[in-house]
Design a protein. Structure first.
Length: 338
């Protein structure tokens, strides 16, 4: 299975991308590589950076030894390559940023090894009703970020707290998948003064898990508090981009729930998404026009309908996923020279 990897795109042969071939966890271990971000969605501008996303199978030392690899992130080139074990977990959770890698157009892949092709052809084994909270959660977070940025200087703290609570409650939907629920209960709510408060009833709860939950909620609050002055053109460009991604997430998520298929490149909605990104629906006071909110409500309603009538199963096909991981790992152990 060890071989020299060759990419079809010339830009990947530039010096700044050589880590893809030389890093011991990448190179011949890469099984899938393609566009991420706006080039994958079809919403890129001439000035848009190129994002690269990929998957690498485990090395023999990761499988049999003490080595480990979750992902390689190279910020100068906007490249992220996920380790196979981690990416399978993210895919099983219908993480939008990762699921989209299995729904690219053929021409948007730079490299596909047989295990990568298997993932693309069997993407349905990852899709489940978890996509409701995954895509809906990302869209809600995007909406909260948009609302808070627009109203940061004018909203009273009580109104901001409602936005923060919505984001925290959405994050808590996934807590049961990642944290123990047998030791106690944690509830975040608004009191009668519209202040954010927490009700905590816990006995013998693992400290590391409690720290994880509190850290996630703290990060959400910190993200809101980072949004301060935003009265310049650059901020408006970012807001329009947030608004575009909000609609795109609802469109993509609705299609997955309705059809059980992943389609990352949005050709039919291209003009609409680009109009939003280019500021067609933003007013002079930086807020968005009623027409934009009509569009948002329309796609939100479609998403909710698809969630209620989805063709997807309750859970991913973990047996098939585990069989795939075992087979790839076994071939690595038997045939790799690393």
């Amino acid at each position: 299975m060890t071989h020299t990897i060759s990419f079809k795109e010339d830009f990947l042969n530039q010096p700044e991308y050589q880590f893809l071939k030389t890093d011991p966890h990448l190179g011949s271990h890469i099984i899938l590589l393609g566009y991420g971000g706006s080039h994958a969605y079809g919403t890129n501008l001439p000035t848009s950076d190129i994002d690269v996303r990929g998957i690498a199978r485990n090395t023999k030392s990761c499988i049999l030894g003490v080595d480990s690899f979750e992902q390689q992130e190279d910020k100068p080139t906007d490249t992220v390559v996920y380790g196979l074990t981690k990416v399978l977990s993210l895919l099983a959770g219908c993480n939008p940023n990762v699921v989209e890698l299995l729904g690219l157009r053929k021409q948007d892949y730079f490299y596909i090894a047989p295990p990568g092709e298997y993932l693309i052809n069997n993407a349905d084994m990852f899709l489940s009703r978890r996509a409701i909270n995954a895509f809906g959660g990302y869209a809600t977070a995007q909406l909260r970020r948009l609302q808070n940025a627009l109203a940061h200087d004018s909203y009273p703290q009580a109104e901001k707290n409602k936005h923060i609570l919505g984001s925290i409650q959405n994050a808590m939907h996934t807590f049961n998948d990642r944290y123990s629920d047998t030791y106690g209960k944690l509830v975040v709510r608004l009191n009668d003064k519209n202040e954010l408060v927490a009700d905590v009833i816990m006995h013998g709860y693992p400290l590391d898990e409690l720290h994880g939950m509190l850290s996630e909620m703290t990060s959400i609050m910190r993200e809101y508090n980072k949004l301060n002055h935003r009265n310049n053109k650059k901020d408006d460009m970012h807001l329009n981009k947030h608004a575009m991604h909000l609609i795109r997430l609802l469109i993509t998520g609705e299609e997955i729930l309705r059809t059980g298929k992943i389609k990352t490149y949005r050709d039919k909605e291209h003009d609409l998404l680009m109009d939003i990104r280019n500021g067609k629906y933003q007013k002079e006071n930086h807020d968005f026009s009623p027409e934009f909110y009509d569009i948002l409500n329309e796609y939100d309603a479609k998403f909710k309908y698809a969630a209620e009538h989805t063709v997807l199963p309750a859970k991913p096909n973990t047996e098939k996923i585990n069989d795939f991981l075992r087979e790839v790992n076994l071939k690595t152990i038997l045939y790799d020279n690393d």
